[in-house]
Design a protein around this ligand. Sequence first.
Ligand code: KMH
Ligand code: ZN
Length: 275
Amino acid sequence: MEKLIITACICGAEVTKEHNPAVPYTVEEIANEAYSAYKAGASIIHLHVRYDDGTPTQDKARFKECMDAIYAKCPDVIIQPSTGGAVGMSDDERLQPIELMPEMATLDCGTCNFGGDDIFVNTENTIKYFGERMIERNIKPEVEVFDKGMIDMAIRLNKKGFIKSPMHFDFVMGVNGGISGTPRDLVFMAGSIPRGSTFTVAGVGRTEFPMITLGILLGGHVRVGFEDNVYLEKGVLAKSNGELVEKAVRIAKELGREIATPAEAREILGLAPRA
Ligand code: KMH
Ligand code: ZN
């Protein structure tokens, strides 16, 4: 089987220090958390950034500061900025980090409830707009899908030329408003993408480790990190993103999957060389 790409989603936009004091806000904290994940075996950092008080931002200058600080500690890591940002941000606000010419960025392929009164809005025109901006910059999208219908949207927009082949998907399972984090649903998602695509599995909350375990067995790649889950096991907060990555590495090794280096991840995903 292909080597396993581990993505670390180190801070997200919604999780806070109240959930786990190790959630990073400052540039230094973000760089240290990225380093802990990289050292443990992550080849991709899925990046959201915050201001020092924890407020999520898509500000290009803040992204640059954080990306520079991460590259200083992890020179060959793949940084994948979020273009999802936080619920309620405008399209152009969300797109700012792509001006930094990252190798990858997320491309969220549908609208869904996001807990309470929150709605994460991605209209068809938004997705087309984001897709075109990424094609212009030769940025590989990670097609982020929270439900099966979003896979179908991506396939349609791929046929219309807004997303290039081969597509790389991230199945985010277990969001309160998206598809549930169950084995049946993961098998359904993995069986619904076009031949030649690759996929990563992310499970929110307590579904993180069951979902990545099945993802590894299905030949997919995996994502772990505070954005999705702050617990190492029931009732035990993870001390760092590195601890979550270490656990993913242990599971992968038990199941006979070797871990991809960043160079191997670039090859598997067909990334354009870093600008
Ligand atoms: N924070 C969520 C509203 C992404 O990174 O592209 C959206 C999100 C998806 O996290
Ligand atoms: Zn994200």
